[in-house]
Design a protein around this ligand. Sequence first.
Ligand code: TXA
Ligand code: MG
Length: 313
Amino acid sequence: MSMVGQAVHILQAGGVVAFPTETVYGLGADARNPDALRKIFAAKQRPIDHPLIVHLANVDQLSDWAREIPPVAFALAEAFWPGPLTLILKKAPGVSDLVTGHQDTVGLRIPRHPVAQALLRAMGGGIAAPSANRFGRISPTTAQAVREELGDAVDWVLEGGECEVGLESTILDLSGEAPVILRPGMLDVKQIEAVLGQALRQASQDSPRVSGSLESHYAPQTKLTLVNSDDLVSYVKSIMDKPIAVLTRSSFPIQHPNVYIVSMPVDATHYAHDLYRVLRDLDKKNLQQILVEEVPNNSEWAAIQDRLKRASR
Ligand code: TXA
Ligand code: MG
């Protein structure tokens, strides 16, 4: 049996399978099987009331999961699916409370990674999948990272190389009066606004149960601190009696055995692609602290800035 065939077999038997998407690796289970869904929460040690995204093979499946779908959802699907966009819609009857977190809405996405597509087509139905990390930690962007995170808690890991995007999907809530971004992703807000024909609001800090909006989310174990470019050198000098790492986007004037310098890409697309892998690697080095040079404050960098702010303390 092919790898994908094997994975479908496990999913249909109520198991959990990690699989690659273009954003990050997901931890999948049959979205119609409550016992399988519970295994996701157990494996991740994730609070049971946090809703899951249901991944679909094609747009025809939308009405199996959502009701009162606004026309704009189809326009967005046409423009961005398959791809790194999650739509929050009013849920169809019968969607499990384990998927929705007891809300009246459901998160839906059609990923474009070829392995995810093959898996979803072969499965026929929806696959519920959060990122394949333990709760509160960095999302995995390689199969190896999934194995390190979840070990025996996952029945099967589908190999799909390094994730193309590297950060989680943009979440757009279409269930209310006006569309709202609940989580920025690498899909530029301006592109979404062009399809919507209107400007978008960011979610207020206390809005719905998006676990990504918890403060200490997407964090490495090592203390991470965001530092203004102008203050970076003096900050490094003040703490380099211990081993530290510095993520910079420019050349860095200090050479010191305690200072591990990571030259990050200067463009947002490549920076996003590398970020979680870099942080995961640094987390293994027993460093005192990771300093990250602040990134530009514009829409291209919004998702990166969002994740760095959540990771920093
Ligand atoms: O890129 C991604 O979105 C990845 C890949 C695997 O698709 N998935 C992912 O899932 O990041 P997760 O569970 O780690 O993050 C999804 C976020 C969570 O913060 C969850 O609370 C939110 O989506 N979410 C899911 N359904 C929702 C709903 N009905 N209303 C509000 N937020 C929802
Ligand atoms: Mg996650």
